[in-house]
Design a binder for this molecule. Structure first.
Ligand code: HEM
Length: 354
Protein backbone atom coordinates (compact mmCIF):
# COMPACT_ATOMS: atom_id res chain seq x y z
CA UNK A 1 0.00 0.00 0.00
CA UNK A 2 1.37 3.39 -0.93
CA UNK A 3 2.04 6.01 1.72
CA UNK A 4 -0.58 8.33 0.18
CA UNK A 5 -3.31 5.72 0.45
CA UNK A 6 -2.27 4.90 4.00
CA UNK A 7 -2.46 8.52 4.99
CA UNK A 8 -5.97 8.83 3.53
CA UNK A 9 -7.06 5.67 5.34
CA UNK A 10 -5.68 6.95 8.63
CA UNK A 11 -7.52 10.26 8.20
CA UNK A 12 -10.90 8.59 7.47
CA UNK A 13 -13.46 8.53 10.31
CA UNK A 14 -13.42 4.67 10.42
CA UNK A 15 -9.68 4.63 10.95
CA UNK A 16 -8.16 4.65 14.41
CA UNK A 17 -6.10 7.79 13.68
CA UNK A 18 -2.45 8.76 13.20
CA UNK A 19 -1.13 7.11 16.33
CA UNK A 20 -2.20 3.67 15.13
CA UNK A 21 -0.71 4.25 11.67
CA UNK A 22 2.66 5.01 13.19
CA UNK A 23 2.55 2.08 15.58
CA UNK A 24 1.32 -0.50 13.10
CA UNK A 25 3.42 -1.08 9.99
CA UNK A 26 1.79 -2.54 6.91
CA UNK A 27 2.23 -6.17 5.90
CA UNK A 28 4.71 -5.23 3.20
CA UNK A 29 6.76 -3.21 5.63
CA UNK A 30 6.72 -6.01 8.16
CA UNK A 31 7.93 -8.47 5.54
CA UNK A 32 10.66 -6.06 4.51
CA UNK A 33 11.79 -5.67 8.10
CA UNK A 34 11.79 -9.43 8.62
CA UNK A 35 13.87 -9.88 5.49
CA UNK A 36 16.33 -7.24 6.64
CA UNK A 37 16.58 -8.91 10.03
CA UNK A 38 17.23 -12.36 8.58
CA UNK A 39 19.89 -10.96 6.26
CA UNK A 40 21.37 -9.11 9.21
CA UNK A 41 21.31 -12.27 11.35
CA UNK A 42 22.82 -14.35 8.55
CA UNK A 43 25.62 -11.84 8.00
CA UNK A 44 26.15 -11.45 11.70
CA UNK A 45 26.38 -15.22 12.07
CA UNK A 46 29.02 -15.45 9.35
CA UNK A 47 30.93 -12.57 10.94
CA UNK A 48 30.80 -14.29 14.32
CA UNK A 49 32.17 -17.54 12.88
CA UNK A 50 34.89 -15.68 10.97
CA UNK A 51 35.79 -13.74 14.13
CA UNK A 52 35.92 -16.95 16.18
CA UNK A 53 38.29 -18.60 13.69
CA UNK A 54 40.32 -15.40 13.28
CA UNK A 55 40.86 -14.97 17.00
CA UNK A 56 42.40 -18.45 17.04
CA UNK A 57 44.50 -18.48 13.87
CA UNK A 58 45.16 -14.72 13.46
CA UNK A 59 44.20 -14.90 9.78
CA UNK A 60 43.72 -11.12 9.63
CA UNK A 61 47.23 -10.52 10.94
CA UNK A 62 48.76 -12.95 8.46
CA UNK A 63 46.69 -11.55 5.59
CA UNK A 64 47.64 -7.98 6.51
CA UNK A 65 51.32 -8.91 6.74
CA UNK A 66 51.12 -10.56 3.32
CA UNK A 67 49.03 -8.00 1.45
CA UNK A 68 49.75 -4.63 3.10
CA UNK A 69 53.50 -4.60 2.79
CA UNK A 70 55.60 -1.57 2.00
CA UNK A 71 57.45 -2.09 -1.24
CA UNK A 72 60.53 -0.21 -2.39
CA UNK A 73 60.28 2.78 -4.72
CA UNK A 74 60.56 1.73 -8.32
CA UNK A 75 58.75 -1.60 -7.86
CA UNK A 76 57.51 -2.51 -11.32
CA UNK A 77 55.90 -5.21 -13.46
CA UNK A 78 58.98 -7.43 -13.23
CA UNK A 79 58.07 -7.99 -9.58
CA UNK A 80 54.89 -9.79 -10.64
CA UNK A 81 56.80 -12.68 -12.23
CA UNK A 82 57.08 -14.59 -8.93
CA UNK A 83 53.34 -14.28 -8.32
CA UNK A 84 52.66 -15.28 -11.93
CA UNK A 85 54.75 -18.43 -11.39
CA UNK A 86 52.79 -19.13 -8.22
CA UNK A 87 49.50 -18.63 -10.05
CA UNK A 88 50.52 -21.16 -12.69
CA UNK A 89 51.57 -23.59 -9.95
CA UNK A 90 48.08 -23.28 -8.44
CA UNK A 91 46.49 -23.76 -11.88
CA UNK A 92 48.59 -26.88 -12.44
CA UNK A 93 47.45 -28.25 -9.08
CA UNK A 94 43.77 -27.60 -9.84
CA UNK A 95 43.78 -28.95 -13.41
CA UNK A 96 45.92 -31.89 -12.24
CA UNK A 97 43.28 -32.87 -9.68
CA UNK A 98 40.63 -33.00 -12.44
CA UNK A 99 42.91 -35.00 -14.74
CA UNK A 100 43.62 -37.50 -11.98
CA UNK A 101 39.89 -38.23 -11.71
CA UNK A 102 40.07 -39.94 -15.11
CA UNK A 103 43.68 -41.09 -15.36
CA UNK A 104 44.67 -44.71 -14.66
CA UNK A 105 48.36 -45.13 -13.75
CA UNK A 106 48.72 -48.58 -15.31
CA UNK A 107 50.99 -49.54 -18.19
CA UNK A 108 48.08 -51.21 -20.00
CA UNK A 109 45.38 -48.60 -19.30
CA UNK A 110 47.18 -45.25 -19.03
CA UNK A 111 47.05 -44.45 -22.74
CA UNK A 112 43.41 -45.54 -23.07
CA UNK A 113 42.38 -43.46 -20.06
CA UNK A 114 44.05 -40.37 -21.52
CA UNK A 115 42.37 -40.95 -24.90
CA UNK A 116 39.01 -41.31 -23.17
CA UNK A 117 39.62 -38.13 -21.17
CA UNK A 118 40.54 -36.19 -24.29
CA UNK A 119 37.76 -37.43 -26.58
CA UNK A 120 34.79 -38.24 -24.38
CA UNK A 121 34.94 -36.32 -21.12
CA UNK A 122 33.26 -32.89 -20.95
CA UNK A 123 35.97 -30.19 -21.24
CA UNK A 124 38.56 -32.96 -20.87
CA UNK A 125 40.64 -31.80 -23.82
CA UNK A 126 40.51 -28.21 -22.55
CA UNK A 127 41.65 -29.11 -19.03
CA UNK A 128 44.38 -31.37 -20.39
CA UNK A 129 45.50 -28.58 -22.72
CA UNK A 130 45.62 -26.12 -19.83
CA UNK A 131 47.76 -28.53 -17.83
CA UNK A 132 50.09 -29.20 -20.74
CA UNK A 133 50.55 -25.56 -21.76
CA UNK A 134 50.73 -24.54 -18.10
CA UNK A 135 53.77 -26.79 -17.64
CA UNK A 136 55.69 -24.97 -20.39
CA UNK A 137 54.48 -21.57 -19.20
CA UNK A 138 55.63 -22.28 -15.67
CA UNK A 139 59.14 -23.15 -16.87
CA UNK A 140 59.27 -19.89 -18.88
CA UNK A 141 57.96 -17.80 -15.97
CA UNK A 142 60.23 -19.36 -13.39
CA UNK A 143 63.27 -18.57 -15.55
CA UNK A 144 62.08 -14.99 -16.10
CA UNK A 145 61.49 -14.60 -12.36
CA UNK A 146 64.94 -15.99 -11.64
CA UNK A 147 66.45 -13.59 -14.18
CA UNK A 148 64.66 -10.68 -12.48
CA UNK A 149 65.99 -11.58 -9.05
CA UNK A 150 69.47 -12.12 -10.50
CA UNK A 151 69.69 -8.85 -12.44
CA UNK A 152 68.20 -6.85 -9.55
CA UNK A 153 70.80 -8.37 -7.21
CA UNK A 154 68.07 -9.87 -5.00
CA UNK A 155 70.16 -12.99 -4.36
CA UNK A 156 72.58 -11.01 -2.15
CA UNK A 157 72.60 -10.75 1.63
CA UNK A 158 70.23 -11.25 3.41
CA UNK A 159 68.27 -13.15 0.74
CA UNK A 160 70.74 -15.90 -0.17
CA UNK A 161 68.58 -18.57 1.45
CA UNK A 162 65.59 -17.51 -0.62
CA UNK A 163 67.73 -17.82 -3.74
CA UNK A 164 68.77 -21.35 -2.68
CA UNK A 165 65.12 -22.28 -2.04
CA UNK A 166 64.38 -20.86 -5.49
CA UNK A 167 67.05 -23.07 -7.09
CA UNK A 168 65.48 -26.14 -5.45
CA UNK A 169 62.07 -24.99 -6.72
CA UNK A 170 63.50 -24.67 -10.22
CA UNK A 171 64.89 -28.22 -10.08
CA UNK A 172 61.58 -29.54 -8.74
CA UNK A 173 59.68 -27.75 -11.51
CA UNK A 174 61.78 -29.51 -14.14
CA UNK A 175 61.26 -32.83 -12.29
CA UNK A 176 57.51 -32.18 -12.55
CA UNK A 177 57.95 -31.74 -16.30
CA UNK A 178 59.97 -34.94 -16.62
CA UNK A 179 57.66 -37.12 -14.52
CA UNK A 180 54.51 -35.72 -16.11
CA UNK A 181 55.79 -36.32 -19.64
CA UNK A 182 55.73 -40.10 -19.20
CA UNK A 183 52.17 -40.30 -17.88
CA UNK A 184 50.25 -40.43 -21.24
CA UNK A 185 52.42 -43.50 -21.96
CA UNK A 186 52.34 -43.08 -25.71
CA UNK A 187 55.27 -43.83 -28.01
CA UNK A 188 56.74 -40.35 -27.72
CA UNK A 189 56.55 -40.09 -23.94
CA UNK A 190 57.88 -43.63 -23.51
CA UNK A 191 60.99 -43.20 -25.70
CA UNK A 192 61.67 -39.62 -24.61
CA UNK A 193 61.68 -40.72 -20.97
CA UNK A 194 64.10 -43.54 -21.76
CA UNK A 195 66.44 -40.97 -23.31
CA UNK A 196 66.05 -38.66 -20.29
CA UNK A 197 66.74 -41.57 -17.95
CA UNK A 198 69.90 -42.49 -19.85
CA UNK A 199 71.08 -38.88 -19.68
CA UNK A 200 70.45 -38.93 -15.92
CA UNK A 201 72.49 -42.15 -15.62
CA UNK A 202 75.44 -40.46 -17.31
CA UNK A 203 75.57 -37.79 -14.58
CA UNK A 204 78.57 -37.75 -12.22
CA UNK A 205 78.60 -39.69 -8.92
CA UNK A 206 74.86 -39.76 -8.16
CA UNK A 207 73.73 -40.06 -11.80
CA UNK A 208 73.49 -43.88 -12.01
CA UNK A 209 71.77 -44.13 -8.60
CA UNK A 210 69.28 -41.44 -9.52
CA UNK A 211 68.48 -43.16 -12.81
CA UNK A 212 67.98 -46.48 -10.98
CA UNK A 213 65.67 -44.78 -8.52
CA UNK A 214 63.59 -43.20 -11.29
CA UNK A 215 63.42 -46.43 -13.31
CA UNK A 216 62.40 -48.31 -10.17
CA UNK A 217 64.51 -51.30 -11.17
CA UNK A 218 67.03 -52.42 -13.76
CA UNK A 219 64.56 -52.11 -16.66
CA UNK A 220 62.02 -49.61 -17.81
CA UNK A 221 58.71 -51.23 -16.80
CA UNK A 222 55.22 -50.78 -15.43
CA UNK A 223 56.76 -49.97 -12.04
CA UNK A 224 58.54 -47.02 -13.64
CA UNK A 225 55.15 -45.54 -14.54
CA UNK A 226 53.88 -46.02 -10.97
CA UNK A 227 56.98 -44.34 -9.62
CA UNK A 228 56.70 -41.39 -11.95
CA UNK A 229 53.00 -41.09 -11.10
CA UNK A 230 53.67 -41.04 -7.34
CA UNK A 231 56.44 -38.47 -7.76
CA UNK A 232 54.32 -36.32 -10.08
CA UNK A 233 51.14 -36.51 -8.02
CA UNK A 234 52.33 -36.38 -4.45
CA UNK A 235 56.00 -36.14 -3.58
CA UNK A 236 57.15 -33.26 -5.78
CA UNK A 237 54.00 -31.07 -5.53
CA UNK A 238 54.03 -31.51 -1.74
CA UNK A 239 57.66 -30.48 -1.54
CA UNK A 240 57.04 -27.55 -3.85
CA UNK A 241 54.05 -26.31 -1.85
CA UNK A 242 56.14 -26.41 1.34
CA UNK A 243 59.08 -24.65 -0.31
CA UNK A 244 56.86 -21.98 -1.89
CA UNK A 245 55.50 -21.36 1.63
CA UNK A 246 59.06 -20.89 2.95
CA UNK A 247 59.94 -18.75 -0.09
CA UNK A 248 57.00 -16.43 0.56
CA UNK A 249 57.74 -16.33 4.28
CA UNK A 250 61.16 -14.90 3.48
CA UNK A 251 59.73 -12.47 0.94
CA UNK A 252 57.34 -11.12 3.58
CA UNK A 253 59.97 -11.17 6.35
CA UNK A 254 62.75 -9.48 4.37
CA UNK A 255 60.74 -7.40 1.91
CA UNK A 256 61.67 -7.16 -1.73
CA UNK A 257 64.84 -5.61 -3.11
CA UNK A 258 64.74 -2.15 -4.64
CA UNK A 259 65.57 -2.02 -8.35
CA UNK A 260 69.30 -1.40 -8.85
CA UNK A 261 68.73 2.08 -10.32
CA UNK A 262 66.83 3.35 -7.25
CA UNK A 263 68.92 5.29 -4.76
CA UNK A 264 68.39 4.89 -1.04
CA UNK A 265 68.57 8.05 1.08
CA UNK A 266 71.93 8.38 2.76
CA UNK A 267 71.74 7.62 6.49
CA UNK A 268 72.07 10.75 8.61
CA UNK A 269 75.59 11.41 9.86
CA UNK A 270 77.05 8.64 7.72
CA UNK A 271 80.83 8.78 7.47
CA UNK A 272 82.42 8.33 4.04
CA UNK A 273 83.50 4.81 4.89
CA UNK A 274 79.89 3.85 5.59
CA UNK A 275 79.03 4.26 1.95
CA UNK A 276 81.68 1.74 0.92
CA UNK A 277 79.07 -1.06 0.78
CA UNK A 278 77.45 0.76 -2.07
CA UNK A 279 80.84 1.41 -3.64
CA UNK A 280 80.73 5.19 -3.24
CA UNK A 281 83.23 7.04 -1.13
CA UNK A 282 82.25 10.62 -1.90
CA UNK A 283 81.12 12.84 0.94
CA UNK A 284 79.40 15.13 -1.53
CA UNK A 285 76.77 12.61 -2.58
CA UNK A 286 73.38 13.21 -1.04
CA UNK A 287 72.21 9.70 -1.84
CA UNK A 288 73.97 6.41 -2.26
CA UNK A 289 72.86 3.88 -4.86
CA UNK A 290 71.78 0.42 -3.84
CA UNK A 291 72.84 -2.92 -5.27
CA UNK A 292 74.90 -3.25 -8.38
CA UNK A 293 74.31 0.22 -9.78
CA UNK A 294 76.73 1.56 -7.22
CA UNK A 295 79.87 1.23 -9.31
CA UNK A 296 78.33 3.18 -12.15
CA UNK A 297 77.58 6.09 -9.86
CA UNK A 298 81.19 6.72 -8.83
CA UNK A 299 82.23 9.93 -10.51
CA UNK A 300 85.70 11.06 -11.42
CA UNK A 301 85.65 13.60 -8.59
CA UNK A 302 85.26 10.81 -6.07
CA UNK A 303 88.43 9.28 -4.69
CA UNK A 304 88.56 5.55 -5.44
CA UNK A 305 87.17 3.44 -2.62
CA UNK A 306 90.47 1.68 -1.96
CA UNK A 307 92.29 4.98 -1.64
CA UNK A 308 89.67 6.35 0.74
CA UNK A 309 89.88 3.21 2.86
CA UNK A 310 93.64 3.24 2.87
CA UNK A 311 93.70 6.92 3.88
CA UNK A 312 91.28 6.26 6.71
CA UNK A 313 93.20 3.19 7.85
CA UNK A 314 96.42 5.24 7.88
CA UNK A 315 94.75 7.87 10.03
CA UNK A 316 93.59 5.17 12.46
CA UNK A 317 97.06 3.69 12.54
CA UNK A 318 98.64 7.05 13.25
CA UNK A 319 96.27 7.71 16.15
CA UNK A 320 96.88 4.25 17.59
CA UNK A 321 100.62 4.68 17.26
CA UNK A 322 100.46 7.97 19.10
CA UNK A 323 98.34 6.54 21.86
CA UNK A 324 100.22 3.34 22.51
CA UNK A 325 103.65 4.23 21.13
CA UNK A 326 103.90 0.61 20.22
CA UNK A 327 105.69 -0.53 17.12
CA UNK A 328 103.20 -3.35 16.45
CA UNK A 329 100.29 -0.98 16.17
CA UNK A 330 101.92 0.82 13.24
CA UNK A 331 102.55 -2.49 11.48
CA UNK A 332 98.88 -3.38 11.37
CA UNK A 333 97.99 -3.78 7.69
CA UNK A 334 95.81 -1.02 6.31
CA UNK A 335 93.62 -3.48 4.44
CA UNK A 336 92.75 -5.31 7.67
CA UNK A 337 91.63 -2.09 9.35
CA UNK A 338 89.55 -1.23 6.33
CA UNK A 339 87.94 -4.68 6.31
CA UNK A 340 86.98 -4.34 9.96
CA UNK A 341 85.38 -1.01 9.16
CA UNK A 342 83.49 -2.48 6.24
CA UNK A 343 82.21 -5.44 8.27
CA UNK A 344 80.41 -3.13 10.66
CA UNK A 345 78.35 -1.60 7.89
CA UNK A 346 74.65 -2.36 7.63
CA UNK A 347 73.35 -3.44 4.19
CA UNK A 348 71.76 -0.66 2.18
CA UNK A 349 68.66 -2.00 0.53
CA UNK A 350 66.40 0.78 -0.49
CA UNK A 351 63.23 1.49 1.41
CA UNK A 352 62.49 -2.09 2.23
CA UNK A 353 60.25 -2.62 5.19
CA UNK A 354 57.67 -5.21 5.97
C1 HEM B 1 57.68 -22.27 -8.01
C2 HEM B 1 58.58 -21.34 -8.20
C3 HEM B 1 58.62 -19.98 -7.57
C4 HEM B 1 57.62 -19.23 -7.04
C5 HEM B 1 56.15 -19.59 -6.94
C6 HEM B 1 58.21 -18.00 -6.57
C7 HEM B 1 57.50 -16.96 -5.99
C8 HEM B 1 58.05 -15.76 -5.60
C9 HEM B 1 57.32 -14.58 -5.22
C10 HEM B 1 55.79 -14.46 -5.23
C11 HEM B 1 58.21 -13.63 -4.89
C12 HEM B 1 57.91 -12.16 -4.44
C13 HEM B 1 57.58 -11.29 -5.65
C14 HEM B 1 58.68 -11.21 -6.68
O1 HEM B 1 59.75 -10.71 -6.36
O2 HEM B 1 58.44 -11.67 -7.80
C15 HEM B 1 59.52 -14.19 -5.00
C16 HEM B 1 60.71 -13.56 -4.70
C17 HEM B 1 61.98 -14.11 -4.85
N1 HEM B 1 62.27 -15.27 -5.51
FE1 HEM B 1 60.93 -16.62 -6.17
N2 HEM B 1 59.56 -18.02 -6.82
C18 HEM B 1 59.85 -19.20 -7.43
C19 HEM B 1 61.08 -19.59 -7.91
C20 HEM B 1 62.26 -18.90 -7.72
C21 HEM B 1 63.53 -19.24 -8.29
C22 HEM B 1 63.77 -20.38 -9.27
C23 HEM B 1 64.45 -18.34 -7.80
C24 HEM B 1 65.93 -18.25 -8.05
C25 HEM B 1 66.72 -19.26 -8.25
C26 HEM B 1 63.74 -17.44 -6.91
C27 HEM B 1 64.33 -16.44 -6.17
C28 HEM B 1 63.64 -15.43 -5.53
C29 HEM B 1 64.25 -14.37 -4.78
C30 HEM B 1 65.75 -14.17 -4.54
C31 HEM B 1 63.21 -13.53 -4.36
C32 HEM B 1 63.34 -12.24 -3.57
C33 HEM B 1 63.19 -11.10 -4.55
C34 HEM B 1 63.46 -9.76 -3.93
O3 HEM B 1 63.75 -9.67 -2.75
O4 HEM B 1 63.38 -8.78 -4.67
N3 HEM B 1 62.42 -17.78 -6.91
N4 HEM B 1 59.40 -15.48 -5.46
Amino acid sequence: MSLLKRKKKDESPEGSGEAEAVAKPTKGERMGQAKDLSVHHGTQGAIDVAGWVDSRVNATGIFTAMMSRHVPKGTNWFYTLGSATMFIFAMQAITGVFLSMYYTPSATQAYASITHLTNDVFMGEFVRGMHKWGASLMIILIFLHMARTFFFGAYKYPRELNWVIGVVLLILTTVMGLTGYLLPFDQRSFWATIVANNITASGPVVGPYLADFLRAGPDFSATTLSRFYALHMMVVPGLMAALIGAHLFFVVKLGTTAPPWVRAPRPKGARPSESVTAGVASEDLEEVPVNGAAAAAVTEADPPVDEANAAEAEAVEATEAEETESATATEEPAAEAATEEAEEEPPTDGEVSS
